[in-house]
Design a protein around this ligand. Sequence first.
Ligand code: BGC
Ligand code: BGC
Length: 667
Amino acid sequence: MRSHRQRGAIGGASALAGLLCATLLVTPASTAASATPATNSAATRAHHALPYQNPRLSTETRVADLLSRMTLAEKVGQMTQAERADVAADPGQIAELGLGSVLSGGGSTPAENTPEAWADTVDAFQEQALSTRLGIPLLYGVDSVHGHGNLNGATVFPHNIGLGATRDPKLAERIGHIAAEETRASGPQWTFAPCICVARDDRWGRTYESFGEDPKLAAKMSQMIEGFQGDGGDLDDPDRVLATAKHFAGDGFTTFGTGEGDYTIDQGITQASHAEFERLALTPYVAAIKKHDVGSVMPSFSSVDWTEDGLGNPVKMHAHQELVTGWLKQKQGFDGLVISDWRAIHQIPGTYAEQVATSVNAGVDMFMEPFSGDTVGYPQFIETLIAAVEDGAVPMARIDDAVSRILTAKFDLGLFEKPFTDRRNIDEIGSADHRRVAREAVAKSQVLLTNRRHTLPLSGHDDVYVAGSKADSIGDQAGGWTITWQGNSTHQIPGDTILDGIEAAAHGEVTHSPDASAPIPAGAHGVVVVGEHPYAEGFGDVGGPRWGYDPGEGGVLRPALTMQLSDADTAAIEKVCAAAATCTVLVVSGRPMIIPPELLSQIDALVASWLPGSEGKGVADVLFGRRPFTGKLPVTWPRSVDQEPINIGDSDYDPLFAYGHGLRTGR
Ligand code: BGC
Ligand code: BGC
């Protein structure tokens, strides 16, 4: 297993750290270098002059040694994560501030979005980190949530909701491994994935990031962590990354309409009893920690309000000492690092100094404070936390614990020995082998909801008439967290659309007419591909003030999100179902969409395709019977939006299709 750091007090290290505390200001790298030249250059590092530089010593010993040499400012620097764009503007900040980590936020890519440019960016930042007095390498994080989706050319897998439909944890592990290989070969050594969230209300904009509504399913699928990290001791391999279980906890379990500010469901408030919270929100974390030894955990933006205590006292997860330190670290023995979510500490009540002290004391170890400049971010975080320790608002032991956890991850990842990107797998990014696994996952994720008169599978000899807004749109089928944070219908990534898949599989004539305006040839079988426009996070919430608005694409208004099919898609279904020999409807979406009874009665076969990603051919594989349909619903499919939240086990459960439903075809 991953080497286990000594828990609790750091012993002799903290006494020494106390002495070193006198030097509070960050020492400029150059001055520091002349003071201790023996620890500075790459050449001398190879001599393992100091215990922490010696790979033959245990991680525990190395961490304690390094910690004993660090000033408070250096420690706080390690606890700080900045965003790529701000750092790129002045990479010298990495050395000046002694930053411990940099992330690429959604869509934050180098100017040229290629694997080489990514690796060059990470390596250039790494050089800065290595130029510091102690030469502590940088950890670089990114949201590889369905493959390394920010990178153009990466293999883009189905979003988690589709993987939940496969009920195949081993497949999730293989996908995690491929995503890890593609991520690490292009530089980042850390992914903010998987979301082991349990989506209880499908109106939530992150429903598709969830493996499903049953906490036991999310726990099972958390096997993906082993794909990312390997099986213990593998983290320094060039095809593994540190994983993150997120968002701890209750992110998918908030109460509609009780959110703060602009938010409705996303980042809202979980109102639950302790027992209910334990079952629905915490279950997957037990598996992630105890079974899969996940390396990091990201708290949720949301708050918890215990019903036993009487509602009205919500506590932000980033401030929740009882859950983050008490339950996660002490009770479950989580020995990895807790990384705050994007500026999430700014939502804690109080001044910035109070927000920082509260979250550090709650047990958060590293802080995603992306910005510099006018927006309060990483430079202010560093100043504020140093002052909080000096004032006694944050104990030194807490700092030492946080830094030990961060350094442990860096040692386990092998960054002290091999700080630069190992590019040997760079040609594997988007390789045929990887795409084959993605295609298999797509096929296994398709859920056949209805199939009258054995409409599916289609015969390869049939003529096919393809309609609907999502038939030939790789941007729509990839969804959010692809190229940009929100994703977009207009994005073009390497891969195949569902139409491409149908054209490759059908031997008969294929006609494509998005709005079904082209005449339907006699005897042709209809396939209408309908669904949602891409979105991410709160912008995907159904209802609420931010409905349909996406600032990520220059303030463009998008179709509002309602769980209803668009009029154009509905019209296409009606036209095709009225005239084609049979009609199959594929729903490309991050959650169930409402199919009214009068429409359902016209449809011969209905399929939930979820957000399949780059491999549309996987959809064609099941449509044409090359593979059987085996997927099962990972969430309940409601009759109407007002049934939300609707989940298996509800006393008045009356869904259109129940959790676990899914017809089989073929073998
Ligand atoms: C970033 C995302 C981040 C989000 C948080 C966006 O600008 O690209 O990575 O999750 O902000 O609000
Ligand atoms: C999201 C996280 C993500 C982070 C970095 C946040 O807005 O909630 O899931 O890891 O941004 O992009």
